[in-house]
Design a protein around this ligand. Structure first.
Ligand code: ITT
Length: 195
C-alpha cells in the first residue's frame, strides 16, 4: 500500500519511515512536488489534519502528517505550535535554542519562585484519505530543558532531556530516541487503531 509522508522535514521523514516499520511504500511529498500548506490552525492536532488532508487530496493517495513541537512551562507553552517558525526561514535551530535560553533566563529573573525547566514534546500524527476523512493520534513526552548536548537527531533534540534519563535526545542513538519519543507514542496509538 502506498502512503504519502506529508512532511518536508528530512529528520522527521526518517523517523516516520522507521516507526512505520516498512509497512507501507512511502512516497514523499517532495517527490510528488506537493506544495507545503500554511499551518493556519492553532493546535498540533488541527495542523496535522490540515497537512495530511492537503497532501491526500493533492496527491490522490492516503497521507500521513506529523505536527509537533517543544512546549516550555516557563514560557507559557512556547514555542509549541510555533517550534518550526522560531527557527526562521533558514531553519536555524542553534539560534532558536539561544532565543529559548535568553527567554528562560528572563523568566527566571521575573518569577524566581515559580520558575521551572519543565518541558514537553508533542507529536500529532494524522492520516487522511483523498475522500476527506481523517484520524489523528497524539503522543507527549515530558522532560526538562538543559544546556545543549549531543549531535544526533534534529531540531530541539540537544536541549531536551526526557524524564528518567541523564542524556538528551541528541545524545541518544536513533533507536533509543525512537523507543521513547513523543512520535513513538503517537505511532503506538496510530498502529493500534489502523493495523
Ligand atoms: P513539516 O511541517 O513539513 O512536517 P516542520 O519541520 O515544519 O516540517 P512542524 O511544523 O511540525 O514541522 O514543526 C515542528 C518543529 O518542532 C520541527 O521543525 C522541529 O524543530 C521541532 N521538533 C518536532 N519534533 C522534534 C523532535 O523529535 N526532536 C527535535 N525537534 C523536534
Amino acid at each position: 500500500d502506498k502512503l504519502i509522508a506529508a512532511t518536508h522535514n528530512p529528520g522527521k521523514a526518517r523517523e516516520i519511515d522507521t516507526l512505520l516499520g516498512g509497512r507501507f511504500e512511502i512516497v514523499t511529498a517532495g517527490s510528488l512536488n506537493l506544495p507545503e500548506p500554511d499551518e493556519t490552525e492553532n493546535s498540533f492536532v488541527a495542523n496535522a489534519i490540515l497537512k495530511a488532508r492537503h497532501a491526500a487530496v493533492k496527491g490522490g493517495l492516503p497521507a500521513l502528517a506529523d505536527d509537533s513541537g517543544l512546549s516550555i512551562a516557563a514560557l507559557n507553552g512556547d514555542p509549541g505550535i510555533y517550534s518550526a517558525r522560531w527557527a526562521g526561514p533558514h531553519k536555524d535551530f542553534s539560534r532558536a535554542m539561544e532565543i529559548i535560553h535568553h527567554k528562560m533566563v528572563q523568566a527566571e529573573v521575573h518569577n524566581p519562585d515559580t520558575f521551572s525547566t519543565r518541558a514537553w514534546f508533542t507529536s500529532a500524527l494524522a492520516v487522511a484519505w483523498p475522500e476527506g476523512h481523517a484520524c489523528v493520534f497524539e503522543g507527549v513526552v515530558h522532560g526538562q530543558i538543559v544546556a545543549p548536548r549531543g549531535d544526533n537527531g534534529f531540531g530541539y533534540d540537544p536541549i531536551f532531556q526526557p524524564d528518567g534519563y541523564d542524556i538528551t535526545f541528541a545524545e541518544m542513538d536513533e533507536a533509543q530516541k525512537d523507543s521513547l519519543s513523543h512520535r513513538h507514542l503517537a505511532f503506538e496509538r496510530l498502529k493500534a487503531f489502523l493495523f
